[in-house]
Design a binder for this molecule. Structure first.
Ligand SMILES: C[S@@+](CC[C@H](N)C(=O)[O-])C[C@H]1O[C@@H](n2cnc3c(N)ncnc32)[C@H](O)[C@@H]1O
Length: 279
């Protein structure tokens, strides 16, 4: 993306940090939380006051939902800008019938190669983000819009997904999981189910923030996850998503990359994975 410094990827493990890198890596959750409040709080105050509902005004969950709903699209957009090249390399692999789980405000939408896609199912259960997602899809133009179905459901709604949308076992060619396994409850169970939906020979693209390989950083992730999880709508910092994926034991041609800037002090380290489901 023109004008924005791009994250480069490597197949190497994260390196040991310099002092400055350690400060940056360890401060990431605080910086992100600050920006979510900055972008989300003013409009949330207006919306909350407009409800005139004491139960909403006094509910920490109502405030959290409002602040996250209003603040997270801007944060996801900023994070996305720096990862443009890296995400494009992975997401543009999607072909045929595509299932994107936890599409959020639609930051992944721009990376799809429209010519390779027959159908895109974009699942997003959080209604404030569904509105933004629909706008993002509309902005890609009418032919992309015709191929796309926004589904305002979570992946756990198996029977509705099957009966209403035909999303059944071995029905999708490409499964796209971008920063969603970090925030859904029971991620292992849902990942297993998502993978069952993928046809043999189909492509998995997984871009997630995961547990740190360094024990001290991992301990810090464990300690701050309860607070972070409340503020960030269920997102957890200490999920070993790569291990969960590998434990399904159904992959070939697995490629795992990480940002070259990533260090062992990074509290929100990312992995970029592409893999083929064994035939
Ligand atoms: C951090 S956001 C990422 C959004 C988007 N993938 C991106 O990278 O910009 C995580 C998303 O996963 C969604 N999510 C959480 N639980 C889910 C579930 N059970 N099924 C589907 N999506 C879910 C959330 O609503 C949220 O939009």
């Amino acid at each position: 993306m023109a004008g924005t410094a791009q994250v480069k990827l490597t197949t190497s493990q994260p390196h040991s940090p310099t002092l400055l890198e350690a400060i940056v890596g360890l401060s990431k959750p605080v910086i992100l939380a600050f920006y979510i409040f900055l972008y989300g709080l003013p409009i949330s105050i207006v919306q909350q006051l407009a409800t005139l509902s004491p139960s909403k005004l006094l509910s920490p969950w109502a405030w959290r939902d409002a602040i996250w709903g209003n603040g997270s699209p801007a944060i996801l957009k900023e994070g996305d800008k720096m990862m443009y090249d890296a995400k494009k390399e992975f997401v543009s692999l999607a072909y045929g019938t595509v299932l994107e789980v936890g599409a959020g405000s639609g930051e992944t939408i721009k990376y799809y190669d429209e010519d390779k896609i027959e159908k895109l199912f974009a699942l997003e259960p959080f209604l404030p983000l569904v509105k933004v997602l629909k706008k993002t899809i509309t902005a890609r133009g009418p032919s992309f819009q015709r191929k796309t179905t926004v589904i305002p459901l979570g992946i756990q709604e198996k029977s509705l997904l099957r009966s209403e949308y035909g999303i059944a076992k071995e029905s999708v060619d490409s499964l796209i999981l971008v920063q969603c396994l970090c925030s859904m409850p029971q991620p292992k169970k849902h990942l297993k189910y998502c993978v069952e939906l993928l046809k043999p020979g189909g492509t998995l693209v997984l871009i997630e923030h995961v547990t740190s390989p360094h024990p001290t950083t991992r301990l810090l992730q464990d300690l701050i996850t309860p607070l972070w999880s409340f503020a960030a709508n269920g997102c957890e910092l200490n999920r070993d998503t790569l291990a969960s994926m590998e434990s399904l034991n159904c992959w070939e041609d697995v490629v795992v990359k990480r940002p070259t800037v990533q260090t062992t002090a990074d509290l929100i380290p990312h992995i970029f994975v592409k893999a083929t489901k064994k035939r």
